[in-house]
Design a protein around this ligand. Structure first.
Ligand SMILES: OC[C@H]1NNC[C@@H](O)[C@@H]1O
Length: 468
């Protein structure tokens, strides 16, 4: 993926458009926010430019065997240099909002201390470019690229990292807060904790079940401290983004365990100010929870303005004697995962749009009063560029089904404010490297040429009509 910048013309060809057959128009609420999402390490590149320090993903991707084919985020989609072209693509598609993450090691190369002005300068340029093109920026403060220096001191297993995170949040808001209204603190703390510390599948690659729970708590504490810092700094809307999955099972006990470890261990502290009692008991074989201090849950549950929901698929589980534990769900011995009878994406994930309706209605029922924003939903498929076009029928069908599912949830009473497709661009899919493509815009990593896929043209029409 190491390329020279070609600077080709990236405009979307306006004459092409994707007509939606009038199969009964579904219209979304007035003001529904349509956009796309990305993350810094997955698209920016420029890994050592303008003072950026190393993150745990720079380290992890250089560790043999951890990332497909040794892929790294050194160049990625070269968004650090090509952002004007990428913003122009979003404008031409008619997107109203763009969710991106700020790279903590760009802002504070060592994770603490004074800001790196050149790092912040990039986000200044990006935010201004977005606003000049009528696109609302939505900032994620942490999308997994922890400064390595902090990991060297224990990372999210060290309580002090939560305090450093709040300082970083304040620094970033001080620079961008006059032009960025909507902030989410963390992206998918479940992945950071249970892929990164409990199972070793993601950076920093530690594989001790107990550390998953410690890291989860300090991530949540960091969220709460950052909310306090953002409020003190005059932030507008503040929230957190969680990857949530409804659990499908014939076995109530298995379902409760997985739902607790995936969903309620984060939802309940943030929105109810308590850890679920069943999860606390379940985890006692791994931890005594002594990392929870008096007052932590009050900090973690500071009021927020929105809940970012990342949905891809449900979890189908069954009780099966002798089944070994799934390492990302500590203590899940006797529970078999998978088995959904559904089409699959290139990630092997089942395509089950009904799960999104179930999830959104469950959130509205169990955690009422919190506006919801789908901050990620999308699918990987093996795309091919043919005569300058990408006929990604599978992705288009996935998105169509999930938008219909989201609409059904709105009809059922869910307070859903918007939908941000994952992702704007094909990008670095973590341990899968660049071999999995989630973008509605194809990226040729050899030339960095962008090609809007049929799904992008279709999505543009959905945005224009505010419906299907
Ligand atoms: O796996 C697809 C996406 N899931 N949520 C977090 C993102 O960084 C991933 O690329």
């Amino acid at each position: 993926c190491d390329t020279e910048w070609g600077g080709e013309d990236m405009t979307v060809s306006a004459e092409k458009s994707y007509e939606i057959q009038d199969s009964g128009v579904l219209t979304f609420p007035e003001g529904f926010v349509w956009g796309a999402a990305t993350a810094a390490y997955q698209i920016e590149g420029a890994a050592r430019e303008d003072g950026r320090g190393p993150s745990i993903w720079d380290t992890f991707s250089r560790t043999p065997g951890k990332v497909h084919a040794g892929h790294t985020g050194d160049v990625a989609c070269d968004h650090y240099h090509r952002y004007p072209d990428d913003v122009r693509i979003m404008r031409d598609l008619g997107l109203a909002a763009y969710r991106f993450s700020v790279s903590w090691p760009r802002v504070q190369p060592d994770g603490s201390g004074p800001a790196n002005p050149r790092g912040l300068d990039f986000y200044d340029r990006l935010v201004d470019e977005l606003r000049e093109n009528g696109i609302t920026p939505i900032v994620t403060l942490y999308h997994w690229d922890l400064p390595q220096t902090l990991e060297d001191r224990g990372g999210w297993t060290n309580r002090e990292t939560a305090e450093r995170f709040a300082e970083y949040a304040a620094i970033t808001h001080a620079r961008l807060g006059d032009r960025v209204e909507t902030w989410t603190t963390l992206n998918e703390p479940w992945c950071s904790a249970f892929l990164g510390y409990a199972s070793g599948i993601h950076a920093p690659g530690r594989a001790e079940p107990a550390l998953g729970f410690t890291a989860a708590h300090h991530l949540l504490l960091g969220h709460g401290l950052a909310v306090q810092a953002l409020r003190a700094s005059g932030a507008g809307k503040v929230g957190i983004t969680l990857n949530l999955s409804p659990v499908i099972s014939d076995d109530a006990e298995a379902a409760a365990i997985v739902d607790g470890l995936q969903n309620r261990i984060f939802l309940d502290p943030v929105l109810r100010g308590e850890y679920p009692a069943d999860v606390v008991e379940h985890a006692r074989r791994f931890t005594d929870w002594s990392f929870v201090r008096d007052g932590d849950l009050e900090i973690i549950s500071r009021p927020t303005d929105l809940l970012g929901v990342n949905y891809y698929h449900p979890q189908t589980v069954a009780a099966r004697a002798g089944e070994p534990a799934n390492p990302v769900y500590p203590g899940s011995e006797g529970i078999a995962f998978g088995g959904a009878d559904a089409p699959r994406t290139a990630m092997g994930w089942p395509v089950q749009p009904f799960g999104l309706t179930d999830l959104l209605l469950r959130l509205a029922r169990d955690y009422p009063g919190t506006p919801l924003l789908i901050t990620e939903n999308g699918a990987a498929f093996d795309d091919v560029v043919e005569d300058g076009e990408v006929h990604d029928v599978g992705r288009l069908s996935y998105l169509d089904g999930h938008l219909r599912a989201a609409h059904a949830a709105i009809q059922g009473g869910a307070d859903l404010r918007g939908y941000l497709v994952w992702s704007l661009l094909d990008n670095f899919e973590w341990a899968e490297g660049y071999r999995k493509r989630f973008g509605i815009v194809h990226v040729d990593y050899g030339t960095q040429r962008r090609t809007p896929k049929d799904s992008a043209l279709w999505y543009s029409e959905v945005v224009r009509r505010n419906g299907l």
